[in-house]
Each structure stands twice: as C-alpha cells, then as structure tokens.
Write a protein that binds this ligand. Structure first.
Ligand SMILES: C[S@@+](CC[C@H](N)C(=O)[O-])C[C@H]1O[C@@H](n2cnc3c(N)ncnc32)[C@H](O)[C@@H]1O
Length: 234
C-alpha cells in the first residue's frame, strides 16, 4: 500500500488519506507501524501538524510543565522543540530513530540550544536503563498511552514510573470516549480507564482529568477528543 504525502496545511483533514494501518477502528497501532512509516521519507504522520500541539502551548502557559521535562513518544519533535525554546531542559524519547532524525533536523532549523532537546531512542515498553538513576520533574505523554493495547499500557506505565521524580507529574493527552462513531482512530478511553491505569496502588494519583482536543488532520474536524490529565507520581 502506498502512502501519499498529505497536505497538513489546511487543518481540516480534507486531504488526509489514511493508509491501511491507519484505519485503526478503535484498536492500537502496531509498533511496526511507527518503525516502518517513519522510515518512509515522504510520510507525514497523522499527528504531525508541523508545530507544537495547541493544548501543550495552553498547558505551558498555565504553568503545568514544571522543571526538567521528559517527552515520551516525541515523534517529529515539535512539542519538545517548543518547550526547549521556552527555556525548559527537555529530554525527548521515541521508539523510532527515523522520527528522532526528523526531530533533530527540525530542532536545528528552529535554532534551539545545543543538545536541548536531547533526543534519544528508547522503547517505553521495556525498562529504560540508559539514564541510570536520572529522574524528571514532568513527563509529557502527548498521544503515546493510547498507542498501546490495554495490557501493554500497564507495562508502559511501570517503565515510566521510575523516570519521574516523586512529587513530579505526568501531563497526559490521550484519546477519550467523547469521539463519536464511526471511529477510525485508536482506542477510545473512558475516565474510568485512566483511573484504573493511574491507581494509587501503581504509585500514581490522578489529580485532574478534563476534556480537551488534540489537533490532527486525520479527523475531518481537524481535532480528536482527548482527556487532558494531570497525574502525580507518589
Ligand atoms: C501518536 S504519536 C505522538 C507523537 C507526539 N508526541 C505528538 O503528540 O505529536 C506516538 C509516538 O510514540 C512513539 N512510540 C510508539 N511506541 C513507542 C514505544 N514503545 N516507545 C517509545 N515511543 C513509542 C511513536 O513512534 C510515535 O512517534
């Protein structure tokens, strides 16, 4: 199946033609999807809007991003680059080295300080050992959690947990059940799903969950409904 280069400039989704792996219909994408698609030079990801997500910009303005930032599943890097340009120290991780290469190129073009963001390949479905004991004040999960099927979501959060300082936070943007049928995107999650994932037993406290939107040309409306959650690491 060929993947057409998609026009992301109009923001309406009118030019978005999903490839066969992007018709998820409520299921999580495979890990191969990310690895294979980013390797294609002409592929524009459905989440690639060429700038930071507007909800991240809002969260930053509201002071929700504190201290050193770990951007997990950073993709083409615009969120991390935005935060670095605002003066944060940012470490940005992704499964795909091709995604990180795109991010590093954008970072250079944006003129961010040397090695900030620091881009690093890492698979969050495995324990991340390459940083030793290092921990971050804030982890940003912008559309990563919903990329994993439910069983793997617990594994991911187990791996994320030691990377966040006690008293630090996760800022989460993740698909919600407010997205109506027919639905072609990744799994929709209820508030109860988040409560189950971020339980005190697992070492988290869900402090705030509110409805928000995530910009993506993959939706006809240009946005996907998400939960905007703030989670305390106990
Ligand atoms: C939906 S995209 C979101 C990208 C970016 N955070 C944004 O909001 O524009 C999810 C990203 O997570 C990455 N990813 C998927 N599985 C991962 C894993 N196991 N470990 C680290 N990153 C992963 C993908 O390569 C992809 O870039």
């Amino acid at each position: 199946m060929t993947t057409a280069t998609r026009n992301i400039s109009d923001g309406t989704g009118a030019n978005f033609k999903p490839n066969s792996q992007e018709l998820l219909e409520g299921k999580a994408p495979t890990q191969e999807y990310f690895l294979n698609e980013y390797a294609r030079e002409d592929w524009i990801a459905p989440w690639d809007i060429g700038k930071a997500q507007p909800n991240l910009v809002k969260a930053e303005e509201e002071g929700l991003l504190k201290g050193e930032i770990l951007d997990v599943g950073c993709g083409p890097g615009d969120n991390a680059i935005y935060l670095a340009s605002k003066g944060y120290q940012v470490t940005a991780l992704d499964l795909s080295q091709h995604a990180l290469d795109r991010a590093a190129k954008r970072s250079k073009e944006a003129g961010t300080p040397p090695d900030n963001p620091h881009f690093q390949q890492a698979d969050l479905l495995k324990p991340v050992t390459k940083f030793g004991e290092r921990q971050w004040d804030t982890a940003l999960d912008s559309a990563l959690l919903h990329c994993f099927p439910p069983a793997q979501q617990h594994q991911y959060l187990k791996n994320l947990h030691p990377l966040v300082k006690s008293g630090g936070h996760v800022v989460l943007f993740s698909t919600s059940d407010a997205n109506p049928d027919p639905w072609v995107g990744p799994q929709r999650q209820s508030k109860a799903d988040l409560e189950n994932l971020f339980s005190e037993k697992a070492g988290w406290k869900l402090e705030e969950v509110k409805p928000d939107t995530y910009s993506t040309p993959a939706m006809g409306s240009g946005v996907m409904h998400i939960w905007h959650a703030i989670i305390l690491k106990l």
